[in-house]
Design a protein around this ligand. Structure first.
Ligand SMILES: O=C(O)CCC(=O)c1ccccc1C(=O)O
Ligand SMILES: [Mg+2]
Length: 370
C-alpha cells in the first residue's frame, strides 16, 4: 500500500462541562486528527490525544504536532506499507501519543482497504456486538455527583468512575455508596495520595470499589506494591504504565491487580495488544479507559472493549455527553446502558467532514517536501 496524501487537522472541541480532576481542569479539548489516503482513494483516520499541558503524561500536543509534521508523517510518503504495524520499526516511543495516532490512521486505512474491521485485522478472537458503557464524573461537590448519578442511572448507565482527591474523596464515595450499595463504582485519584494517608485509603478500601485507579505517584511501583499488600480493593494502574517494561515491573512486584488500557498512552494498538497478552498470561485484569477524545479515538476504544474478557465496562459513553457534535457518523450513542460496536471496515464509522472542518483551528497538508 502506498500513501498518496496526508492531512493533519488540529481540532479544538468545546466540552459541554468543565472536567475537574486532582491535577487539572478542562473545558475544551484539543487533539490532532491524521487523515491518510492510499493509491486507491481509501481513507484512514487516527487521533493524537496528547493534552496541551503535561498534567497526565509528559507529552504535549504541540511537541507531538511538531514531530509528526517534521519527521514522522513525511516518512509515510516515501515507502510502501506492507503491514500496518511495520511503522513501529521506525518510530520510537519518545512521544507515544504521536506514534499511536499515526499507527491508528495506518491501521484504519489498511483495514478499510481490505474491507475488514480493525479488530479482525489485529485480534483473532471473538468480540462482542455490544458493550456496557461507563460514566466518568469529575471532582464535583457531593450533591452534584449524586444528582448526576441519579440522572445517568435513569438513562440506563450501570458503571460509574469518580475522580477523587485525598481531602474529600472518601466522604464523597461513602455518600454514593450509602445511596447505591450495588452500583458498579470505581475511583480515580490521579496520583494524589501518599502512603501517609493510609487511614483514608483503608476507609476507601471498605467501600467495595471495583478498583482504585492511580492513588500513588505515577511510576512509584514500590509504593503501589506496599499499598496493594494492605488493600483488598484491586489497585488499577493507568498513567504508571506507559511501556511494556512498566507492566513487567508492576507484575513482578505485585503492584496492581488491574490495568487501564488506553491506546494513546501506550503508543498504539500494537503495544496495547502486547499489554493485553501480558495481562492475560499473568492473571492481571484489564479494561479500557480513554481521555475525553473525539469519536475517532473513542470508537477505537469501543472496539477494544469488545474483547470478551474486559474486567469492567470502559470509560466510554455517548458523544453528546462531551460535545455538541462529534466528528464521526454515526456518533456514539448509549441505549439501555449499551453501545453497539460498529462492525464495518476499519473503525466501522464514517467521518463527518463538516464537523471535522468546523472544529479545525489549524490544517496542514504534508507533501513530503518539509
Ligand atoms: O471520560 C473520559 O474520557 C475519561 C476521563 C478520564 O478519566 C481521564 C481524562 C483525561 C485524562 C486522564 C483521565 C484518566 O483516566 O486518568
Ligand atoms: Mg486514570
Amino acid at each position: 500500500m502506498w500513501i498518496k496524501s496526508i492531512e493533519l487537522f488540529h481540532l479544538s472541541m468545546p466540552l459541554k462541562f468543565t472536567f475537574k480532576t486532582s491535577q487539572t481542569s478542562l473545558n475544551r479539548r484539543e487533539t490532532l486528527v491524521i487523515k491518510l489516503m492510499d493509491d486507491l482513494g481509501n481513507t484512514g483516520h487516527g487521533e493524537v490525544v496528547a493534552f496541551n499541558e503535561p498534567f497526565y503524561t509528559k507529552e504535549t500536543l504541540s511537541v507531538a504536532k511538531r514531530k509528526l509534521i517534521n519527521r514522522l508523517l513525511p516518512r509515510l510518503l516515501r515507502q510502501e506499507i506492507k503491514q500496518p504495524f511495520e511503522v513501529h520499526q521506525w518510530m520510537d516511543l519518545t512521544h507515544p501519543m504521536a506514534t499511536a495516532g499515526l499507527e491508528n490512521a495506518v491501521l484504519d486505512l489498511f483495514a478499510r482497504r481490505q474491507r475488514q474491521s480493525i479488530m479482525d485485522l489485529v485480534f483473532h478472537e471473538e468480540t462482542s456486538d455490544k458493550i456496557y458503557a461507563g460514566i466518568v464524573l469529575g471532582d464535583l461537590d457531593s450533591q452534584s455527583l449524586l444528582n448526576q448519578i441519579e440522572e445517568y442511572v435513569n438513562e440506563g448507565y450501570v458503571r460509574f468512575k469518580i475522580k477523587i482527591k485525598p481531602e474529600d474523596g472518601y466522604a464523597k464515595l461513602k455518600q454514593i455508596r450509602a445511596k447505591y450499595p450495588d452500583l458498579m463504582l470505581l475511583a480515580d485519584a490521579n496520583n494524589s495520595f501518599t502512603l501517609e494517608q493510609m487511614r483514608d485509603l483503608k476507609e476507601i478500601d471498605e467501600l467495595g470499589l471495583l478498583c482504585l485507579e492511580e492513588p500513588m505517584t505515577y511510576g512509584d511501583f514500590s509504593a503501589y506494591q506496599k499499598l496493594q499488600a494492605q488493600m483488598k480493593t484491586p489497585l488499577c494502574l493507568d498513567e504508571s504504565i506507559q511501556f511494556i517494561e512498566d507492566l513487567n515491573t508492576a507484575i513482578a512486584l505485585k503492584a496492581c491487580q488491574v490495568v487501564n488500557i488506553k491506546v494513546g498512552r501506550v503508543g498504539g494498538l500494537y503495544y496495547a495488544k502486547q499489554m493485553i497478552d501480558l495481562c492475560r498470561r499473568h492473571n492481571i485484569h484489564y479494561w479500557v479507559g480513554s481521555m475525553m477524545e473525539s469519536g475517532i479515538s473513542k470508537i477505537l476504544h469501543v472496539h477494544l472493549a469488545s474483547l470478551k474478557d474486559n474486567y469492567i465496562p470502559g470509560d466510554l459513553s455517548s458523544s453528546r455527553r462531551y460535545f455538541a457534535k462529534d466528528v464521526i457518523q454515526p456518533e456514539i450513542t448509549v441505549q439501555h446502558g449499551l453501545i453497539l460496536v460498529p462492525k464495518g471496515p476499519g473503525l466501522g464509522v464514517e467521518i463527518d467532514e463538516a464537523a471535522l472542518k468546523y472544529f479545525t483551528i489549524d490544517h496542514t497538508i504534508i507533501d513530503g517536501r518539509t
